[in-house]
Design a protein around this ligand. Sequence first.
Ligand SMILES: NC(=O)c1ccc[n+]([C@@H]2O[C@H](COP(=O)([O-])OP(=O)(O)OC[C@H]3O[C@@H](n4cnc5c(N)ncnc54)[C@H](OP(=O)(O)O)[C@@H]3O)[C@@H](O)[C@H]2O)c1
Length: 334
Amino acid sequence: MAVQKNFKALVVSEAAPKQFVRGIKQKTLSELPANEVLIEVEYSSLNYKDALSATGNKGVTRNYPHTPGIDAAGVVVESSNLAFEAGDEVIVTGFDLGMNTSGGFGRYIRVPASWILRLPGNLTLRESMAYGTAGFTAALCVLKLQAHGLTKDSGEVLVTGATGGVGSIAVGILAKAGFHVVAATGKTEEKDFLTGLGAQQVISRAEADDSSGRPILKGRWGGVVDTVGGNILATAIKSTKEEGCVACCGNAMSADLAMSVFPFILRGVSLLGVNSVDIPIGDRLLAWQKLAQDWKLDLSSDLVSECSLEELSPKIDLMLKGGIRGRVVVDLSR
Ligand SMILES: NC(=O)c1ccc[n+]([C@@H]2O[C@H](COP(=O)([O-])OP(=O)(O)OC[C@H]3O[C@@H](n4cnc5c(N)ncnc54)[C@H](OP(=O)(O)O)[C@@H]3O)[C@@H](O)[C@H]2O)c1
């Protein structure tokens, strides 16, 4: 394989203190960190954390100029680690990719072998990025709820931020696994999209955002996948039934959680934290195999849109306004 010395990447720079600009630039392979495996990226995807990194959030990325992209799927070009060889199809999600390591919004990445997963069978590189970190996180949430005892008999399962990346895939895989899914969204005009994914009921964001101040509410949910945090997470916990469980993975609304302990000590509700970033490769496999097999969604549907690197910038801004529906795959070969 001919290795290009120059390659195209989205580069975010700090033009002045707290002023960030982004554009497509030519980078050289020598600018990539000296890790073990060089990968030519075919596809990446847009996640909320990428939007934060691309707009100068120093909680995600400390140093600029920087190329975001926490997800990448592509082909190994060269490897100093015997576990991989040129031509292997692989995916990298999480760890430090796209945070402080040059990420998947560039045609090449160079990463430690311990971050790399062989492309699971029954998935193409594009399909793997249609899931990306969002899909992987949705799968981790569902697996964690199931490990805690959630079954189809537990009753309704709420998904918040349901039209977002994590939310929409959570709706789809929960429905595929036979759960009765209720989707909460700020985009009620997307009702057909959510019922198409398998939601049995769609409720508005306002209905999922209790303002009564009551410490505990009527128990409705057997389980919850929450992607937004804040008062919607508090409302979901307060509305969870006896011994029900809530998987918490996001903070699109707020990172705060202001509530009493009553749902925990009076109903035995469990709050389960989900972190997709640092999970070792061996443990990642189970979730990816579920996504590739039993829970495989129709990834050619309107769940997934595609763009080139040049078309990505406006989608980053839209994501921070909560305006993206489903998943955005970035085609690096264009
Ligand atoms: N723990 C982990 O490892 C992990 C992994 C991946 C993502 N995350 C986190 O999960 C969250 C979702 O990520 P994503 O990639 O799915 O982002 P996304 O595609 O932008 O989805 C977020 C969704 O949340 C809803 N939302 C946005 N702003 C809101 C607000 N102010 N109040 C209430 N709801 C709001 C919107 O859905 P509706 O319009 O349908 O309500 C939006 O589409 C982010 O906080 C991200 O950082 C965590």
